[in-house]
Design a protein around this ligand. Structure first.
Ligand SMILES: Cc1cc2nc3c(=O)[nH]c(=O)nc-3n(C[C@H](O)[C@H](O)[C@H](O)COP(=O)(O)OP(=O)(O)OC[C@H]3O[C@@H](n4cnc5c(N)ncnc54)[C@H](O)[C@@H]3O)c2cc1C
Length: 125
């Protein structure tokens, strides 16, 4: 119950600050699901190919972790905190950050559905 409430609060907050309503639909040429190292790199590459305004990255986490550093964390040479940066700081500039979790991908209709009720349309999936 508390977890569900926190998720709802999170959705309201993230939609509030991007000034998008719940259950809105946006369209992009490229949508990357997951803003980890792979997703951020792919988003940056796609931005160069099709332009930032045509790329969205769906990523719920405020923090981005550089996992290779975790080997050093395990060895006691680094802290977990040192491996993290804010997702905002690694998001390619101009690319749309859809701050939510993808819950369904509908390849027939080229749509990604998020936990916050947003539908993200993709020209090419
Ligand atoms: C200890 C360790 C050491 C490593 N060392 C090396 C190395 O030396 N060299 C090397 O090349 N690689 C190394 N790797 C591997 C490398 O870190 C990974 O290959 C890389 O992080 C994978 O990137 P990714 O974006 O695919 O996944 P991740 O970085 O895991 O990112 C996945 C992202 O998807 C998001 N996500 C999850 N579910 C959803 C959802 N439903 N909707 C939207 N977003 C979602 C998560 O929040 C996360 O941000 C290491 C990994 C580990 C754990």
């Amino acid at each position: 119950m508390v977890r569900r409430f926190n998720r709802l609060l999170y959705c309201v907050r993230s939609n509030f600050h991007t000034s998008n309503g719940l259950a809105s639909k946006e369209h992009y040429k490229i949508v990357v699901v997951g803003g980890g190292s792979g997703g951020i790199s792919m988003g940056a590459r796609m931005k160069r190919k099709v332009g930032a305004e045509n790329v969205a990255i769906v990523e719920p986490s405020e923090m981005h972790y550089y996992q290779p550093m975790w080997t050093l964390v395990g060895a006691g040479a680094k802290t977990v905190q040192a491996s993290g940066r804010s997702t905002a700081s690694v998001m390619p500039s101009g690319v749309k950050w859809v701050k939510s979790r993808a819950i369904k991908i509908d390849p027939k209709n080229n749509t990604v559905f998020t936990e916050c009720g947003k539908e993200v349309g993709i020209r090419t999936l």
